[in-house]
Design a protein around this ligand. Structure first.
Ligand code: FCB
Length: 456
């Protein structure tokens, strides 16, 4: 049949992404574990428990699925609280375990990308003030040096920090749902504070730690490639012709999307009122840009309070198709728009996360075809996209939503640890094998898209 084939570049990475706490299980020595045990913060009092049992047998089983799906990359994170359980004490067994994981990936032809910080902290770090104080910067730098030195023969793609903006907003602003419509009414991250000043301090410290880690990684492993996984939401004015909606949209974009970019590209730490602070080692501190993209929000001016005046409020889009539990609008074109915007920085781009919660997998196949077509279009307009890391490989513990949101290409029953490849997983595996989307695949998996994609 092969009427049309959308080919990807030869070295394009077909991959998935995970995070330590969400998959390993029994991460008892970090702040998230403690947060879960209170029964107050995660939907229905759920806990991560054994998660996907990656510290046990689950890891190999999931990696077999990744191999079966022809993945050529995987993004995972390593858990600071396992590697440095007490200040200055290093656990060589934990390091060995990560070495085994990275080797197991390489044996299956899967190139690892390792994230050093994905939302969790050792309890001792939090007791010392966590991310609210710049004292964390040398602590994180020391951990980075140790981890990179121990793993550098197995990994040369590093992400310093996952989503500084999301981490700071969810942990330090109770208006989180206003700023970032993670539909969750319980979008509740430790330490669960509500202090706008601290949100900025935490972002500053995360960015300073990123800068320090960037330099450290290159000192320990000069040829390494280092980036940040930056979460961008697309904001559009609810009423495109309203100057007030447009102003709020612009403001929100600047604050949420642009601050981390300005930091790693220009070395600026921006403040909302236009003040900027220059930091030497932050300028040009990424070798690639990691983009985490999920959804978009429509923003409408709201004169009732100062946040609404400056940043507007989210207006539900009556025409949007939503993913499970109103997590967000399904808007694949947003990825193209963001990739075009990032293209101007002349850095390689990895899509370090993208996906949707869809327990019964009735939306994900279509989502994958549409999304990867947007990626293909961006590449064809010369945006240097190096790979796509689907969130996630296997259903995992989704933070404050617990087990309620299922993002996996592989379905997991957390009680029995039983796994099944979803139909979307099969489809993604086929795209990876062909390094392309073609009419035969679209016809087989998403016939409803056939005419739009391959007209005539
Ligand atoms: C991202 C997080 C990841 C997961 C997905 C759904 O913001 O980095 O851990 O929670 O959202």
């Amino acid at each position: 049949m092969a009427k049309a084939t959308l080919y990807f570049p030869t070295d394009f990475k077909w991959a998935a992404a995970t995070a330590a706490h969400q998959v390993e299980g029994n991460n008892t020595n970090n702040d998230w574990w403690a947060w879960e045990q209170t029964g107050q913060h995660v939907r229905g009092g759920q806990t991560s428990g054994l998660a996907c049992d990656w510290w046990g047998a689950g890891f190999d089983r999931d990696l077999d699925f990744a191999a079966q799906m022809n993945h050529t990359g995987h993004r995972l994170s390593i858990e600071w609280s396992r590697i440095e359980p007490k200040e200055g004490q290093w656990d060589s067994a934990a390091i060995d375990r990560y070495r085994t994981m990275l080797k197991a990936m390489r044996e299956r032809g899967i190139e690892p990308m390792v994230t050093l910080h994905h939302f969790t902290n050792p309890v001792w770090v939090v007791e010392r003030g966590g991310w609210e104080t710049p004292d964390i910067v040398p602590l994180f730098e020391r951990f980075t040096a140790k981890a990179v030195d121990a793993l550098k023969d197995l990994c040369d793609l590093w992400v310093t920090i996952n989503e500084p903006n999301v981490y700071a907003v969810l942990g330090w602003s109770q208006n989180a749902e206003e700023m970032v419509e993670f539909a969750s009414p319980s979008a509740d991250f430790p330490p669960g504070k509500n202090d706008t000043q601290l949100v900025f301090k935490v972002v500053d410290n995360l960015m300073l730690a990123h800068g320090a880690a960037y330099q450290t990684i290159h000192r320990v492993q000069p040829p390494a490639r280092v980036g940040l996984a930056h979460h961008m939401r697309l904001f559009d004015p609810a009423r495109p012709n309203s100057p007030l909606d447009r102003f709020c949209t612009w403001n929100r974009d600047r604050l949420f999307n642009q601050i981390p970019l300005n930091a790693v590209i220009h070395g600026h730490l921006d403040r909302p009122i236009g003040l900027t602070w220059r930091v030497g080692n932050l300028k040009n501190s990424v070798d690639f840009i990691g983009l985490n993209y999920y959804s978009r929000d429509l923003i409408q001016f709201d004169r009732h309070n100062w946040e609404g005046i400056l940043f507007g409020r989210n207006k539900p889009n009556p025409h949007a198709e939503m993913s499970d539990m109103n997590y967000g609008e399904i808007y694949p074109r947003g990825l193209f728009r963001l990739l075009k915007r990032l293209g101007r920085y002349n850095k390689p781009i990895y899509i370090t996360e993208n996906g949707l919660p869809d327990l019964d997998d009735d939306q994900r196949p279509r989502f994958l075809v549409q999304t990867l077509r947007e990626v293909w279009k961006a590449i064809n307009e010369n945006v240097p996209v190096m790979g796509y890391y689907h969130w996630t490989l296997t259903d995992n513990f989704e933070w404050a939503e617990g087990w309620n949101l299922r993002f996996g290409l592989v379905k997991l029953n957390p009680e029995t640890q039983e796994r099944t490849l979803r139909r979307s997983g099969e489809l993604y595996g086929e795209m990876a094998r062909r390094n392309a989307i073609d009419d035969e695949l679209v016809y087989r998996y998403t016939p409803e898209l056939f005419e739009t994609l391959f007209p005539g």
